[in-house]
Ligand binder design. Structure first.
Ligand code: B12
Length: 417
């Protein structure tokens, strides 16, 4: 029997959902939606799904619950499931509206759920209610990324395709463990797509979708120059013609060799999590190889290689003093000076530190009683300046309040054309 499914997301055209839908489409009819109340209800009424799924980050978790309440009212018999970062990091927070939460990579658990191949109670990578207790089956992390089908972006990420701008990852997991990252909790090891598969993704995006801009969303794609170089070899064989690429980069690994390899890959834009301008903080959150000197070198190399650089910053971290935050503002001012002399092209973004579930910051905030699984998740929004959790006792509300004002002023000048 073919079981229709609806997967919905809150961020718009998620690669995650395209990957999931493409994985299960051989076994069922599947639709993905970017959530809009009326369209969602109409689709439920007409499509009559047996499973309705939603993807949620932590701050969108309350909305995911509301969406499923709506789904229950319209299609009460459908199984309601949730996947994505939030439930993966904190399955203990599963809301009773959901029949299942999917922990970690969703392809295999969802495929089994669809084909009803296994006893759900023993299915790895799931959480569900057993009476009033939440049962958690840890994921096995055995997704074979080499067997992933190409994500059918034309069908499942229509608006990105229409813009000619698509995004995907070329690996699952992350080799690092920063205090503000969750990855190790969900994916124990890193799995890299083969270079040939990555080149096939590009070919599909450029030739089939006619995309001219490709965003590589891996957190750490730049850490392995040899792999990047092999990907560039594969791409050169395909002679794909005109397209541009953006990548995420770490300032501690930026070198001339990396810049040259990225040029071969047609990378025109780097996203760099600078996070702080204070060496003391950089050491604490990213390790000894992270420094302001490397940040400055990254700004200079981006200019030398004609690359657009988007830098992001965090304020209000645990152990971060007011002085540390001022050092970050000073680095922002340095970028502004570079911009004025024509040596910086790009932008800067800044967020307040948020102890998201699955991170060391979450554990620390939990010990201090600042977060809990019953909390208002919106408090963890990265722009929650007004009601910030103030993760370091040395910083007063008054001091903290000065930061977004000052940072906004500098960022506006940097970001204007
Ligand atoms: C791309 C991206 C975005 C894009 C999304 C664009 C898009 N259309 O895809 C944009 C720029 C919009 C974005 C925005 C934000 N993002 Co973002 N983003 C990412 C990033 C870099 C990659 C996501 C991805 O594709 N991963 C690869 C896929 C394969 O993995 P996955 O997403 O985990 O999906 C798998 C499973 O989770 C599961 N699954 C997921 N959904 C579902 C649903 C169902 C039904 C099932 C069964 C399974 C399932 O199966 C998937 C396939 O295996 C991640 C970091 C990362 N490396 O994952 C951050 C990340 C997800 N983002 C994050 C955050 C915080 C945000 C913002 C809140 C930031 C902000 N500025 O405020 C916003 C919120 C947007 C919103 N409206 O909700 C955090 C989330 C942390 C948390 N606990 O909530 C992450 C983890 C980054 C980080 N380390 O902090 N983001």
């Amino acid at each position: 029997m073919v079981a229709p499914k609806v997967l919905s997301d809150l961020a718009g055209d998620l690669y995650s959902l395209a990957s999931l839908a493409s994985y299960i489409e051989k076994d069922c009819e599947v639709k993905t939606l970017s959530y809009e109340p009326e369209i969602f209800v109409k689709t439920l009424q007409n499509f009559k799904p047996e499973i309705v799924g939603v993807s949620a980050y932590t701050t969108s978790y309350p909305q995911a619950i509301q969406i499923m309440q709506q789904a229950k009212a319209v299609a009460p018999k459908a199984k309601r499931i949730i996947g994505g970062v939030h439930i993966s990091c904190l399955p203990q927070s599963l809301h009773p509206i959901f029949d299942f939460g999917i922990i970690g990579d969703g392809e295999e658990p969802l495929s089994r759920l669809v084909s009803q191949k296994s006893d759900m109670a023993s299915l790895a990578g799931t959480c569900y209610f057993e009476g009033d207790k939440i049962k958690i089956n840890t994921p096995t992390n055995d997704l074979n990324v080499e067997k992933l089908p190409l994500p059918n972006l034309e069908r499942y990420a229509k608006s990105s395709c229409a813009r000619g701008c698509v995004g995907f990852v070329t690996s699952r997991g992350c080799p690092f463990q920063y205090v503000f990252c969750y990855s190790k909790l969900v994916r124990k090891k890193v799995s890299y797509y083969t270079e040939e598969l990555v080149a096939d993704y590009f070919e599909y995006a450029v030739r089939r979708i006619k995309a001219n801009y490709i965003m590589l969303w891996d957190d750490t794609i730049c850490c392995n120059i040899d792999r990047l170089s092999r990907i560039a070899d594969e791409l050169e064989k395909k002679k794909l013609g005109g397209f541009r690429v953006s990548v995420n980069i770490r300032s501690s690994i930026v070198s001339e060799e990396l810049c040259e390899t990225l040029q071969r890959l047609k990378v025109v834009s780097w996203n760099c999590g600078f996070e702080s301008g204070s060496d003391r903080m950089l050491n604490q959150i990213k390790g000894n190889d992270s420094s302001l000197t490397n940040h400055i070198k990254t700004v200079q190399l981006a200019h030398r290689y004609g690359v657009r650089l988007s830098g992001s910053f965090i304020f209000g971290m645990p152990n971060e003093t007011f002085k540390d935050m001022q050092e970050t503002l000073e680095f922002l001012e340095l970028i502004l000076r570079e911009k004025h002399t024509g040596k910086f092209s790009g932008g800067v973004w800044f967020f307040c530190a948020s102890p998201l579930p699955g991170t060391a910051w979450w554990d620390a905030a939990m010990r201090q009683g600042k977060v809990s699984i019953e909390m208002d998740w919106k408090k963890l929004a990265l722009d929650n300046w007004r009601d910030h959790l103030l993760l370091d006792p040395s910083v007063s509300t008054e001091q903290f309040n000065q930061i977004p004002q000052k940072a906004t002023k500098i960022a506006q000048e940097i970001n204007c054309n």
